[in-house]
Design a protein. Structure first.
Length: 125
């Protein structure tokens, strides 16, 4: 099931894919739009052991409001023993994440396919 966020939010979607809840954001993530995303992010991170993917592939602008969203999602997922993966390949957004110190704390991947891929089976020693 795909949920389309309201028109006043960034054109975004929330859907399930391979056992993950994907929150696909696009457009500008700033103070005006981030507040509209919060309820969807809270719903996605509410279950016990949530598997959440935040897809920033189509994000064109990302500021400290976006950092707060990711930091909050990370805290909520960790408190519920889940996983959070952030899809991002945009150099500017990756630089902001690195400079903020949040980047190394997140599981960052460049594609959605990589984010929802099941883990490889452990090899024998």
């Amino acid at each position: 099931m795909v949920t389309v966020l309201p028109d006043f939010a960034p054109p975004s979607r929330v859907y399930r894919m391979h056992g993950h809840t994907v929150l696909a954001l696009c457009g500008e993530i700033d103070i005006a739009t981030a507040v509209e995303v919060v309820p969807y992010l809270e719903a996605a991170t509410a279950p016990y052991e949530p598997r959440v993917v935040i897809d920033l592939t189509a994000v064109t602008f990302f500021d400290c409001s976006g950092l707060r969203l990711l930091s909050s999602a990370r805290r909520r997922v960790r408190a519920r023993h889940g996983s959070l993966t952030v899809v991002c390949a945009h150099p500017f957004t990756l630089r902001i994440l690195a400079l903020s110190g949040l980047g190394p704390a997140l599981h960052l991947v460049p594609t959605l396919e990589e984010a929802v891929r099941p883990p490889a089976p452990a090899g024998r020693d």
